[in-house]
Design a protein around this ligand. Structure first.
Ligand SMILES: [Zn+2]
Length: 416
């Protein structure tokens, strides 16, 4: 049940303002464009100014890489309590071919109750929700602890933003985190893990007319691809379907032979082949165990063919993370969802990693991913977010935050 004081604070939210804020964020192009120097910079300035103007605190802007920055702000109630983090990423993926869009990708147009544009759901609407939530909490007199706002760069890349944020100590005092990535306001308590790897196969270059004088890395890479596919099938059988995040996978995404830098010629057998592998994991797998199994596949193939000389390099590790449904941030958000919507929440998992993956894995911070926007739409043309879902999310966030930050008596029970 929503209490009177809570209802009063929810009443300060303004749906039209929320729409306008989301539109304004979408209209600032924050695609990373190395060719023209485009970065998150302008949206970072906008967010920092908004926080300063609307909440009255001056955020810290930290440079992570040239032109790529994080915005960090802390609202302090002045009394002891937990620190709730509201997280978002400011980068968006490329709009791709503009011909594929029926709306301007940076127009923030509203049509049929949807806001269109690149980043509308992934995740500028989420950032707007986090901002108005922080302001609403700041207006409340009945809260304890802190709110940490962390809007970071490069989530769509190697996640250097959140890693820098954590290394800078900004997550040290965080008790729990809400991540408004587009999940249709489902409560996502698990995030799939990922391992990124590069396979290099060393052969010996030869004339295409005299292949026997060389060692063909391409045919060996083909065998590795098929052997990894077998391992994938075995892992799927062994792990089964996770109810929230589905099946694990091992996917070759890029094949390069010869590798970049060496000219490709039809009558030249290259000396090396390189392949990128995108591996997604579930709770039933251990990353160490899986890495060992992948290395084992190469060892077995090399036993059968002494000319097969291949290695696998692991370049990124994003562990599978999860929290139970009765974790305070999940339990409180579920109750807030019921009170705001009158519906039962949908429990779910995130099919990829998010910034929350690192907050969970590196700092053991319970993260709940529950933002507005269709789950299948991010990175597509005509990306959109439903305004009603943004509105619902903002009310759920405000209520969850207030309850999470409710002042407690000496025995830990919430003060009325
Ligand atoms: Zn995202």
């Amino acid at each position: 049940m929503i209490e009177v004081a809570e209802a009063g604070l929810l009443d300060t939210l303004d749906k039209e303002e929320l729409a306008k804020l989301t539109q304004a964020l979408v209209r600032i192009d924050s695609v990373i464009r190395p060719e023209s120097g485009g970065t998150e910079r302008n949206v970072v300035r906008f967010i920092a100014d908004w926080i300063h103007g609307e909440i009255g605190i001056k955020p810290i802007i930290e440079e992570v890489q040239e032109g790529r920055e994080n915005v960090v702000a802390t609202l302090d109630s002045g009394s002891q309590g937990p620190c709730l983090m509201l997280e978002g990423h400011t980068d968006v993926v490329s709009e791709g071919s503009r011909d594929a869009w029926s709306h301007d990708p940076f127009g923030g147009e509203i049509a049929d109750g949807r806001i269109y544009g690149r980043g509308s759901c992934d995740m500028k609407a989420g950032i707007a929700v986090a901002l108005v939530t922080a302001r609403a909490v700041a207006k409340s007199r009945a809260w304890a602890g802190k709110v940490r706002l962390g809007f970071v760069c490069d989530e769509e890349g190697m996640m250097i933003g959140i890693k820098h944020f954590i290394r800078g100590g900004h997550a040290d005092d965080v008790t729990a985190c809400l991540v408004p990535e587009p999940e249709e306001n489902n409560l996502c308590i698990t995030m799939k893990g990922a391992i990124r790897a590069i396979v290099r196969v060393h052969g010996r270059m030869a004339h295409g007319a005299m292949p026997l004088s060389g060692i063909n890395p391409n045919t060996r890479l083909a065998r590795i691809i098929l052997a990894f596919e077998e391992l994938e099938a075995a892992e799927k059988r062994r792990c089964g379907i996770d109810p929230l995040i589905g099946l694990p996978s091992i996917t070759f995404t890029v094949l390069q032979s010869p590798p970049p830098g060496s000219p490709a010629q039809l009558n030249v057998m290259p000396g090396e082949a390189v392949a990128y592998v995108d591996i997604r994991t579930t709770l039933a797998q251990s990353h160490d165990g899986l890495r060992e199994r992948l290395r084992g596949v190469l060892r077995e193939l090399a036993k059968a063919d002494r000319d097969l000389n291949a290695e696998i390099e692991f370049i990124e590790d994003r562990p599978v993370v999860g929290i139970p449904r009765d974790e305070p941030i999940a339990r409180i958000s579920a109750a807030a969802f019921r009170d705001v919507t009158g519906r039962e929440p949908v429990w779910n998992g995130v099919s990829g990693a998010t910034d929350g993956t690192f907050l969970s894995a590196w700092k053991k911070i319970p993260c709940l991913v529950n933002g507005p926007g269709p789950r299948h739409i991010p990175h597509q043309a005509d990306e959109y977010v439903e305004l009603d879902q943004v509105w619902e999310c903002a009310r759920v966030y405000v209520l969850s935050s207030l309850r999470f930050l409710r002042p407690r008596g000496p025995d830990g029970s919430p003060r009325p």
